[in-house]
Design a protein around this ligand. Structure first.
Ligand SMILES: NC(=O)c1ccc[n+]([C@@H]2O[C@H](COP(=O)([O-])OP(=O)(O)OC[C@H]3O[C@@H](n4cnc5c(N)ncnc54)[C@H](OP(=O)(O)O)[C@@H]3O)[C@@H](O)[C@H]2O)c1
Length: 309
C-alpha cells in the first residue's frame, strides 16, 4: 500500500489571506516551487553581525564621510549522516562550495580519497545507534540523512527505517530547524512489493520526518541516481548509463506517458537523476525556509536547477 504521505507534494508556506494566486499555488505545487526557487531565500537561524573596525570612530566623529558598515552574514552548519557515501559525499561537496559548514557522521569516517572539499568537512566516525548527539548537533541548522541500504528484510527495515527514526528524533530533541531525508521513488510498484523492508523502512522514515518537522521537513524521492560512485578506491561511472537514459526518457516523454499507469512501469520509465541534482536539491532545501514536503523526481531536478550555477 502506498504511503499515507504519497500525495503530499513539495509545498511552501502560503500567505495567511487566501488569494487567487495562493489557491493556484496550492493546486499546482510545481509551479509554486518554480516561483519559490527563483527568489532570494530568506536568511534563517545563526547570524553573525560584523561591524567594521572604524565604526566606533565614525560615531565619535559624526561629520566624518565614513559609513558605519553592518554586514549581516548568514552562517549555516549542517550534519550529513552518511557524508562518506555516494550521495552524501556529493551533498558535502556542494555544501562546502556554498560556504556551508559541514560535519559528516558515518561508521567509516573520512573517505580515503583526497580533494580540497574533503579537507573542509569535519569527518566524525560513529554509528547513529550509538552517536554522541551533544558533540554533533549543538548549533546545527539542518540535518541531512542519506542513511539507507539493502540486505535481509530485517536489515533493510533497520537501516532505512529505524536508523533514520533515531536521527529524526535526535534532531527534534536538539531543536534543529530543518531535516532533509533522501528517500526513494516508489516505482509505481504494486502494493504487495512496497511491503518489503526497503520500502517499509523508507516510508516509516518519511512519516517520522513529516510528523516531527511538519513545516520544514523535506523528503527527496529520487529513482536511480547516477554519477561517479567510489567503491574501495575504484570509481564506477554510473553516469555512462544514467545520463543517456535520462536524455532518452526526456526526449520520448510524450510517447511513453500512457505507459506510466501500468504497475511497476517506473522500474524502466522513471527518469534517473544525477547525484549533483540530488545534492543541489538539498542545498535548495537548506537555503529556502519556505520549502518543505515530498519532492518527486521532477521536483528534485527543478529545485536543483534553481540553485545550480
Ligand atoms: N544510489 C541510488 O541510486 C539511490 C536511488 C534512490 C535512493 N537512494 C537512497 O539514497 C540514500 C543514499 O544512497 P547511497 O547510494 O549514497 O548509499 P551509500 O553510498 O551506501 O551511503 C550510505 C552512507 O550511510 C552511512 N551509514 C550506513 N549505516 C550507518 C550507520 N549505522 N551509522 C552511521 N552511518 C551509516 C554509510 O557509511 P558507513 O557504512 O561507513 O557507516 C554511508 O556513508 C539511501 O537512503 C538510498 O536508499 C539511492
Amino acid at each position: 500500500m502506498a504511503s499515507s504521505f504519497s500525495n503530499i507534494g513539495a509545498i511552501c508556506k502560503l500567505p495567511s489571506a487566501p488569494s487567487i494566486s495562493s489557491i493556484s499555488r496550492a493546486l499546482f505545487p510545481t509551479t509554486l516551487c518554480s516561483y519559490r526557487h527563483s527568489r532570494i531565500s530568506r536568511p534563517r537561524s545563526r547570524r553573525l553581525c560584523i561591524r567594521s573596525s572604524y565604526a566606533g570612530a565614525v560615531r565619535e566623529n559624526p561629520n566624518s564621510d565614513a559609513i558605519d558598515v553592518v554586514a549581516d552574514v548568514k552562517t549555516e552548519r549542517i550534519v550529513v549522516i552518511g557524508g562518506s557515501g555516494f550521495v552524501g559525499s556529493a551533498i558535502c561537496k556542494a555544501a562546502v562550495s556554498r560556504g556551508i559548514e559541514v560535519i559528516s557522521l558515518s561508521r567509516s569516517g573520512r573517505p580515503s580519497y583526497s580533494g580540497s572539499w574533503v579537507d573542509q568537512v569535519t569527518w566524525m566516525t560513529g554509528d547513529v545507534f550509538y552517536a554522541n548527539w551533544d558533540e554533533l548537533l549543538v548549533g546545527v541548522t539542518a540535518v541531512v540523512s542519506t542513511l539507507g541500504g539493502f540486505g535481509s528484510d530485517e536489515q533493510m527495515q533497520k537501516i532505512n527505517g529505524e536508523a533514520n527514526v533515531v536521527v529524526v528524533n535526535a534532531a527534534k530533541d536538539y531543536g534543529i530547524p530543518k531535516f532533509i531525508l533522501i528517500s526513494v521513488h516508489d516505482y509505481n510498484l504494486p502494493s504487495f512489493l512496497l511491503q518489503s523492508g526497503y520500502f517499509k523502512g523508507k516510508r516509516r522514515a518519511e512519516s517520522e520526518v513529516l510528523s516531527k518537522f511538519p513545516s520544514s521537513g523535506v523528503v527527496l524521492r529520487p529513482a536511480f541516481i547516477y554519477g561517479k560512485r567510489k567503491v574501495n578506491g575504484v570509481e564506477i561511472p554510473l553516469d555512462l548509463i544514467g545520463e543517456p537514459v535520462e536524455k532518452l526518457l526526456r526526449a520520448t516523454e510524450s510517447f511513453i506517458k500512457p505507459l506510466n499507469s501500468l504497475p511497476a512501469s517506473d522500474l524502466v520509465l522513471a527518469p534517473p537523476v544525477s547525484v549533483d541534482d540530488v545534492a543541489y536539491a538539498v542545498i535548495n532545501a537548506i537555503k529556502d525556509d519556505d520549502c518543505f514536503g515530498i519532492f518527486t523526481i521532477e521536483q528534485i531536478k527543478e529545485a536543483a536547477a534553481g540553485v545550480k550555477v
